[in-house]
Design a protein around this ligand. Structure first.
Ligand SMILES: Cc1ncc(COP(=O)(O)O)c(C=O)c1O
Length: 382
């Protein structure tokens, strides 16, 4: 007799059960597509929620990074410090500007940029000249740091900003994963000169594809809007005063974002519950979870854990129709970045990447599905 397959449990699927269709239809009916009232409303919702003075909708999180790094003054030949464990877009954005990333290894407990290691690197391998920071061996300027609030855990921004100030570095926060994450009551992405967000379909809210730049600086905000609209400097004539981009978020997608923002507090709660459930249900297994930095109120965007033989577990869960994924490959292991500097003592990023597994955590996940995942993990690990 054929046994019926269990229903699939997706990794992290979008949840469009609010007013998405209604608002998108209104946007289409309005005939305002490139810009329009939903875009303005979405940006306002983002500033209200995050406390940033400005939020500028853009086409995705990667373009947000590219523009933010441009605004931060990163130029061809510069170096930019990034964590070694992040989604590749963080490091790609640096390369798009003709600069190169310096990968700093992560802390083994928080999985975030290791600030002790970064400070050690800056103290022992750089010098300052004319207000800039330069690498001692290759004399290239180090212009910026891009901390990534990985999976929703917020970097120790107080300490990071102090180090940045000491070495004259600009801070652009990659908050792609951390809408809904706070540190000491302040929203992630609002500590540095600029912050960037992603609304890709797997993020805590989605606009199908989209992103935002956050800043408290009025001039930078204006400049960001200018750059993402092809740097057009005349109302009617096609005059473009610098090298601009076509990176705007369009109105119908912003409309989806407006409906998603209405549900954000509820989404954060589901993510927190899922993470707490996994930690509690798997406490007796030989697994490790990401440790939050002090003062972090995480959105727990993506549940993940470390275990021996994570790939074996991934395969076993696939046979039970449970979708999981490895953690990202460390940037220094990717061919594009092989020539770039990697600063590490223990190669924690490789160990964590090898042992890491991302667990199902859609905002629509049911209690029964969470139980099924935990049951399957316990079965395969014990
Ligand atoms: C840490 C990080 N940075 C940047 C990005 C890029 O965002 P997007 O996919 O919207 O371009 C992502 C998301 O996918 C991310 O997780």
């Amino acid at each position: 007799m054929e046994t019926s397959k269990p229903s699939p449990i997706p990794l992290c699927e979008p949840n469009l059960n609010g007013r998405e269709k209604q608002y998108m239809a209104e946007a289409v009916d309005s005939n305002w597509l490139s810009g329009g009232s939903f875009l303005r409303r979405f940006e306002q919702q983002l500033t209200d929620y995050t406390g940033a003075a400005h939020a500028i909708g853009v086409s995705n999180g990667t373009s947000a990074l590219q523009v933010a790094l441009t605004l931060a003054g990163v130029e061809k030949g510069d170096l930019v410090l990034v964590p070694d464990l992040t989604f590749v877009a963080t490091a790609n954005a640096v390369k798009y500007l003709g600069a190169d990333p310096v990968m700093i290894d992560i802390d083994a407990a928080t999985w975030l940029l290791d600030l002790d290691l970064m400070l050690d690197f800056l103290e022992n391998h750089t010098y300052q000249n004319h207000g800039g920071c330069f690498h001692r061996e290759n004399h290239r300027r180090i212009k910026a740091i891009v901390p990534v609030h990985l999976l929703g855990n917020v970097c120790e921004m107080g300490r990071l900003l102090a180090i940045a100030k000491q070495f004259a570095l600009t801070v652009v926060e990659d908050a792609a994963c951390s809408l809904g994450s706070f540190k000491g009551g302040k929203h992630s992405g609002t500590f540095g000169l600029l912050g960037t967000m992603s609304f890709n379909s797997n993020k805590i809210i989605t606009t199908a594809g989209g992103g935002a730049i956050l800043t408290n600086d009025d001039i930078l905000a204006k400049r960001a809007r200018h750059l993402i609209t092809q740097a057009k400097s005349h109302a009617t004539e096609y005059i473009h005063d610098s090298l601009g981009f076509n990176f705007r978020l369009v109105n119908p997608l912003a409309a989806m974002g407006c409906a998603q923002m209405e549900q954000l507090p509820a989404f954060v709660q589901v993510k927190k519950n899922a993470a707490a459930f996994y930690e509690q249900q798997l406490a007796q297994c030989n697994v490790t979870f990401q440790q939050l930095t002090p003062g972090t109120d995480s959105n727990y965007w993506h549940s993940a854990m470390l275990t021996d033989n994570s790939r074996g577990l991934l395969t076993a869960l696939t046979t039970e129709q449970i979708e999981t994924r490895p953690l990202w490959t460390p940037i220094h292991e990717l061919p594009v970045f092989r020539e770039d500097l990697y600063v590490s003592r223990t190669n924690a990023s490789s160990t964590i990447s090898r042992r890491g597994i991302m667990l199902p955590c859609s905002t629509s996940i049911s209690a029964g599905q969470l139980q099924r995942v935990c049951h399957a993990i316990r079965k395969h690990l014990n």
